[in-house]
Design a protein around this ligand. Structure first.
Ligand SMILES: *[C@@H]1O[C@H](CO)[C@@H](O)[C@H](O)[C@H]1NC(C)=O
Ligand SMILES: *[C@@H]1O[C@H](CO)[C@@H](O)[C@H](O)[C@H]1NC(C)=O
Length: 549
C-alpha cells in the first residue's frame, strides 16, 4: 500500500515535471525587432551568432486549438489558445445563417455584416495532398550565407529548416548557373560539340556553396528535404545562338545530349549523397523565345519541348537508375501553362505521359489562379508545384528591396492561399537570402528575399515575407490534405484549410483590411471557434477536434 502510494507520488512528480519541461520547450525566443525607419513599413527581426527568434509548434489538446499570429503591427507568430465551443440553441441545422443572423430579432448592424465572417470547414471534402514548402539554394543565397560566422550560419539554417524554425522540406537548386550567380556557367563548356559529355563536371559553386548549404539544411530538417533541380541554360554550343542569353533554342542534334546533361547532374549529386527528387523541363522556356530578360535561358516552343520530352528527356530518365525522379513540365508563368501543355500534347501525347507534374512560377499571377484548377482538371494525375516566387522583380516595382514591407508578405500569403486552393501541392520561394542590395546577380536582376544578410555585421534580418512563408511551412506538414472551406456570410477573409494525418485541422486566414474582422470557424454542425483577426494580419490555427477525455 505504502509502496504503491509512493510510486503514485513519484509518478505525479514526474508527470508535473515533464509537463513543466514541455511548457518550457514551448517558450519561444521573441523577434528582436528593428524599426527600419521608413514610413509605412513593418518591423524586421534581427539574428546574430548569439540570438535569433524561434517558433515552436504546440500540440493542441483534444477539444482545443492554438493560434499563431503575425501582423503589420509587429506580431510574429504570437501564440494563443482556446477551447472549441458548442452551439447551445442551434438544433444542429446545417449552415443556417449568413452573418450574425443566429436568432437575432433586429436587423444586423452594417458593421456586423461587413466585419463578421462565418466559414464552414468541411473535412469530408478532401483534395490534394501537400508535399511541402521551401526556398531555393542559389549561388547568391549561399554566397551571402557563407559571409556569416559559423554560429550565425547555423542560426540561419535552424531558422529555415530546424525544429524551432520554419521546418522547410523542399529546396530548389539550379543545374549550373542562373542570374543569381556571380558569372554564367554550365557543366560541360568544353570541348564543344562533345555529345558524350566526357568532360562534364560540377562547378566550384556546387562544392563550396550550394552543396554545403543543402547538406547543413538536411542535418537539421525534421522531414526529408525533397530537392527540385532546373537548368537555366545548357552549354552554349548546344544552342542556336551560341550565347548564354537572348533568342536561342536547342539545336536538334543536341536533344539527346541535353537530356543526358540532366542525368549526369543527378548522378553527380547522388555521388555526394544529395538525391534529386524532381527536375523541371528547363527554367522559363519563354525567355529564349521572347527574350525580355537578359539572363541564362533556353527557348522552347511548346512543340519543341513536347518532342524533346517525348523522345529524349522522358526515356533517358525512365530508363536510368534514377527512373523515380519526377519530371515537372513547363516551369513557367501561370498564363503559359495551357499554351505549353496543349502544344506539347499536340506534338506528341507521350510527352505528357512522361510528366509527373507541372511547375509554375508566380510572375504571371495577374492571370487568375483558377487556371491551375483547369489544368488539374485536364491532367488529374499530375501534381502542380509552385517552383519560384519573389518580390521586387517587376518593371513597375520602383524599388527592388522594400525592407520591412508588410505588403510584400501580404502578397506572398494571398498568392500561396490562391495556389493551394487551386490544387498546388507545394510552394518553393526563390533565393533563401540575398545581400542588402538584392544580389549578387551577374545580370543585375536584383530582387527582394525573406532574409537579407549583413556579412560585415555578422547578422541577418528576417523580413515579414519570412513569417508569411512560415505560416504555411511550419504548420502544414507533408501528407496533410486540403479540405473545402465554404463561406456562410457576406464578408470574408482569405482562407485555406487542411486536415493532417493525425486528424488535426490547420487553417490559414489573412485579413488584408485595415479593420478588425470577427471570424467564426464552424468545424461541425455544433462545434465552432471564434477568432478575432487584427487588421492586416495572418493567422494559422491548429484545431484538435477530438473529444476531450
Ligand atoms: C574540361 O573542363 C575543364 C573545366 O571544368 C576545363 O578546364 C578543361 O579545359 C576541359 N577539358 C577539355 C579537354 O576541354
Ligand atoms: C528503376 O531503377 C532501379 C534502380 O534505381 C532499378 O532497380 C529498377 O529496375 C528500375 N525500374 C525500371 C522500371 O526500370
Amino acid at each position: 500500500m505504502a509502496i504503491s502510494k509512493a510510486v503514485g507520488f513519484i509518478a505525479t512528480i514526474l508527470l508535473l515535471y515533464s509537463l513543466n519541461a514541455l511548457g518550457q520547450e514551448d517558450e519561444d525566443l521573441p523577434c528582436n525587432r528593428r524599426d527600419v525607419g521608413i514610413e509605412g513599413r513593418s518591423v524586421v527581426c534581427v539574428c546574430t551568432a548569439t540570438y535569433c527568434d524561434t517558433i515552436t509548434r504546440r500540440d493542441p489538446e483534444p477539444g482545443t486549438y492554438v493560434v499563431y499570429t503575425s501582423s503589420n503591427a509587429g506580431q510574429r507568430f504570437e501564440k494563443s489558445s482556446g477551447r472549441i465551443l458548442e452551439e447551445v440553441n442551434n438544433g444542429g441545422t446545417e449552415d443556417d445563417a449568413p452573418a450574425a443572423g443566429d436568432g437575432a430579432q433586429d436587423p444586423p448592424e452594417a458593421s456586423q455584416i461587413w466585419n463578421n465572417v462565418v466559414l464552414r470547414i468541411r473535412t469530408i471534402s478532401r483534395h490534394q495532398y501537400i508535399e511541402g514548402f521551401g526556398g531555393s539554394v542559389t549561388d547568391a543565397a549561399a554566397i551571402n550565407w557563407r559571409k556569416l560566422s559559423d554560429a550565425t550560419q547555423q542560426q540561419f539554417i535552424d531558422s529555415y529548416f530546424g525544429p524551432k524554425g520554419l521546418e522547410y522540406n523542399l529546396i530548389r537548386v539550379p543545374i549550373g548557373g542562373c542570374d543569381f550567380s556571380e558569372h554564367p556557367y554550365t557543366y560541360a563548356e568544353t570541348p564543344w560539340h562533345d555529345t558524350t559529355l566526357s568532360n562534364f563536371s560540377l562547378s566550384s559553386e556546387d562544392y563550396f556553396l550550394k552543396l554545403p548549404m543543402i547538406r547543413r539544411s538536411q542535418r537539421v530538417a525534421t522531414d526529408e528535404i525533397k530537392i527540385t533541380a532546373s537548368t537555366w541554360s545548357p552549354p552554349i554550343w548546344m544552342k542556336t545562338n551560341e550565347a548564354i542569353t537572348g533568342f536561342g533554342q536547342l539545336r536538334p542534334q543536341y536533344y539527346q545530349a541535353y537530356a543526358d546533361y540532366h542525368l549526369r547532374f543527378i548522378e553527380e549529386y547522388d555521388k555526394i549523397d544529395v538525391k534529386i527528387w524532381a527536375i523541371t523541363t528547363t527554367n522559363e522556356p519563354i525567355n529564349g523565345i521572347v527574350p525580355f530578360v537578359q539572363f541564362n535561358s533556353l527557348g522552347w516552343a511548346p512543340s519543341q519541348l513536347g518532342r524533346w520530352v517525348a523522345n529524349n528527356l522522358g526515356p533517358t530518365i525512365r530508363n536510368s537508375p534514377y527512373n523515380k525522379t519526377l519530371i515537372l513540365g513547363v516551369d513557367d508563368q501561370r498564363y503559359l501553362l495551357p499554351i505549353y501543355l496543349a502544344g506539347m500534347e499536340r506534338e506528341d501525347p507521350k510527352s505528357i505521359d512522361y510528366l509527373d507534374g507541372i511547375a509554375v512560377h508566380w510572375y504571371g499571377n495577374f492571370f487568375p489562379p483558377q487556371t491551375l484548377s483547369l489544368i488539374q482538371n485536364r491532367y488529374p494525375d499530375k501534381i502542380i508545384l509552385a517552383t519560384e516566387a519573389c518580390e521586387g522583380s517587376m518593371p513597375w516595382h520602383l524599388e527592388q528591396l522594400a525592407i520591412g514591407s508588410w505588403e510584400r508578405a501580404r502578397r506572398y500569403v494571398t498568392s500561396i492561399i490562391d495556389d493551394l486552393n487551386n490544387f498546388v501541392v507545394g510552394w518553393i520561394d526563390w533565393n533563401l537570402c540575398l545581400s542588402p542590395t538584392g544580389g549578387p546577380n551577374w545580370a543585375d536582376n536584383f530582387v527582394d528575399a525573406p532574409i537579407l544578410v549583413y556579412g560585415d555585421k555578422d547578422e541577418f534580418i528576417k523580413q515579414p515575407m519570412f513569417y508569411a512563408m512560415g505560416h504555411f511551412s511550419k504548420f502544414i506538414p507533408r501528407g496533410a490534405r486540403r479540405v473545402t472551406v465554404s463561406r456562410a456570410s457576406l464578408a470574408t477573409v482569405e482562407n485555406v484549410a487542411f486536415i493532417k494525418e493525425n486528424g488535426n485541422i490547420v487553417v490559414v486566414l489573412q485579413n488584408r483590411l485595415r479593420r478588425v474582422m470577427n471570424v467564426k470557424l464552424r468545424i461541425s454542425n455544433r462545434n465552432y471557434i471564434d477568432i478575432v483577426m487584427e487588421e492586416r494580419s495572418v493567422k494559422t490555427i491548429e484545431i484538435n477536434p477530438s473529444t476531450p477525455a
